[in-house]
Design a protein around this ligand. Structure first.
Ligand code: ZN
Length: 573
């Protein structure tokens, strides 16, 4: 008999001696009670309200079977048990990111990731490294550059030409509104100063020479990106696998990922290859109610093939087509977020919704009736309000809650409506800190600024808040996002110190929002999200102990190891 069949319950362990625990199961004997693996001597932040802190835990058949003191857990080991000495380091549950786009960001992992790097010198170094790493002829893609952090002016094609001449380099900026290319990319795409540009786009020209500078705005970027050879199925799967491993390296064991319904099958391929080391609650983009029943068929197909793979027996839940995703407005940086009142820096302009409230309500109704909760991107306060109205009209929530994504500005009166309507607030801390000192005050003015990124107010109104990154628009690292949630400071020293610190959250609140909160919105709430007896053993070991209370030294912390279902899926070299 294995320990899993008669689990030693945590409260029983804590209640007394091993003898007391051994008395629980009638056929439980010392000889065969040993765990596969124990971790001892740690600072374990369980996110389990019954035992928020522990020193140690035991894992058997991929699940936590006991959580307690080092002495209690050591007693569950025998000669065959693997012992992980945590040496006092902090351990958390595996992180769950509530909003990612991994399938569309793979080129940041296979190519170049310049996000969070302020200086051009380092950008060029990374581009050169990619050139040395990638096979000849392969395009160098990716991006994440942001010239406002330090450089103060746009980069040029000559900058890249100095390090990579003989293959195209095409790099998106952090906001996805412009691309930076080298001369080879312009040449292959046949882009010149005279090229015809799609509406709203622009080929930026040098004021002196009249030639393209290497910056293409909005739709003009398509002139080059459309010429890039498409990935084969095999290349796409390989790129996604690398991206999943990157996610594991920052401590993620689960994501709420969003893209087309087709991309769900890319994850399915990884499940069937037995290589998926990340739990994926998948959201498909859909604006038409009529298409929802087809997505329900996809869910059925994916679920049955996941079950047939046998993977969930050993790893626990891995993949399902969980929810529909829709979009009602744009973003504040480009004045496309839909506002109740005019922008402070553009007279007579509030933005416009991308769809009508009635159409959105119809979509929500169809999705909910087919068992799909709906996630709606809404950034401006009018976008958020319209989305809540549509939920009020159309929703028939099933087991899993509907949700609003981003909520960058909110009318204070709408906060309570989240609670009343049972809607989850899905928010990205680094989107707030990334705007400090850059454009948030300009766009909305000092009065509305206090209605921006109101994490604490939502929590005070008992609204479920889930955190995430919206990667690749902000760093995938949960430690970075948690730091941003706790300190609300520009990482680049812009602005004056903490920004509206009244909306900062505690470390424990941020950790919950990055673990159990993400599990609570899925069928897996009782299976993942905390270090609790009976749950799948997903956890993260940091490279040191976090101080109490957590201070700014969290910025120096890294993930040392990540485990999914008790198996190590990442270890820092
Ligand atoms: Zn997104």
């Amino acid at each position: 008999m294995r320990i899993k069949k008669t689990p030693v319950l945590r409260h029983q362990l804590l209640a007394g001696t091993m003898l007391a625990a051994l008395a629980v199961g009638s056929s439980f004997t010392v000889a065969n009670a040993a765990a596969d693996f124990i971790a001892v001597n740690g600072d374990v932040r369980t996110v389990d309200p019954n035992t928020p802190r522990a020193e140690a835990f035991a894992v058997e058949n991929g699940k936590f079977v006991a959580v307690g003191t080092s002495a209690e857990i050591r007693a569950l080991a025998d000669g065959k048990t693997t012992v992980l000495d945590l040496a006092g380091k902090t351990v958390t549950p595996g992180f769950i990111d509530g909003h990612t786009h991994l399938t569309s960001g793979t080129d940041y992992v296979t190519g170049v990731d310049l996000s969070y790097i302020p200086d051009k010198e380092t950008w060029l170094k990374r581009i050169k490294e990619a050139d040395e790493r990638l096979p000849p002829g392969v395009w160098i893609t990716g991006g994440g550059w942001d010239y406002t952090l330090k450089e103060g002016k746009l980069p040029t094609k000559e900058d890249i030409d100095a390090v990579v001449k003989d293959r195209p380099v095409v790099l998106r900026d952090i906001d996805f509104h412009s691309i930076w290319v080298n001369s080879k990319a312009l040449e292959i795409a046949g882009v010149t100063a005279k090229s015809e540009v799609p509406a709203g786009g622009e080929i930026v020209l040098d004021a002196k020479t009249g030639e393209p500078t290497g910056i293409l705005l909005e739709g003009a970027g398509d002139l080059v990106t459309n010429k890039k050879p498409a990935y084969s199925d095999k290349e796409r799967a390989e790129a996604l696998l690398q991206t999943v491993k990157f996610a594991n390296s920052v401590g993620l064991t689960g994501v709420h990922d969003m893209s087309s319904i087709a991309a769900a099958y890319d994850y399915l391929k990884l499940v069937e290859d037995k290589s998926l080391s990340l739990r994926v609650w998948y959201g498909f983009f859909e604006d038409k109610a009529a298409n929802i029943p087809a997505a329900a068929k996809d869910r059925e197909a994916v679920d049955s093939r996941v079950a047939a793979s046998g993977e969930t027996k050993v790893k626990g839940p891995l993949l399902t087509v969980g929810y529909a995703k829709s979009v009602v407005d744009g973003v504040l940086s480009t004045h496309t977020a839909y506002m109740l009142e005019n922008y402070s820096d553009r007279t007579g302009w509030k933005g416009e919704p991308f769809q009508s409230e009635a159409d959105l309500a119809t979509l929500i109704k169809a999705a909910n009736e087919n068992g799909f909760p709906t996630a709606v991107h809404a950034i401006g306060d009018a976008g958020v309000q319209m989305t809540l109205n549509a939920f009020e009209k159309g929703q028939s929530p099933g087991k899993y809650p509907n949700r609003v994504e981003h909520i960058e500005i909110i009318n204070p009166a709408d906060i309570e409506r989240f609670k009343t309507l049972g809607i989850v607030a899905s928010m990205q801390p680094n989107h707030a800190t990334g705007t400090i000192g850059k454009y948030i005050t300009e766009r909305v003015g000092p009065e509305r600024e206090s209605h921006a990124y109101v994490w604490k107010s939502l929590l005070q109104h008992k609204v479920p808040v889930v955190f995430g990154s919206d990667w690749a628009t902000s760093p995938l690292s949960p430690l970075t996002q948690i730091n941003d949630a706790v300190f609300r400071e520009s990482p680049f020293g812009l602005g004056d110190g903490p920004w509206h610190p009244e909306q900062a959250v505690t470390f424990d609140e941020a950790l919950f929002a990055y673990t159990q909160a993400g599990a609570n919105m899925t069928p897996w709430a009782d299976q993942i999200g905390s270090i609790s007896t009976g749950k799948w053993a997903d956890f993260v070991v940091l490279d040191a102990k976090l101080p109490d209370p957590v201070d700014r030294s969290i910025r120096k912390r890294h993930v040392e190891a990540t485990y999914v279902a008790g198996t190590e899926v990442y270890r820092a070299k």
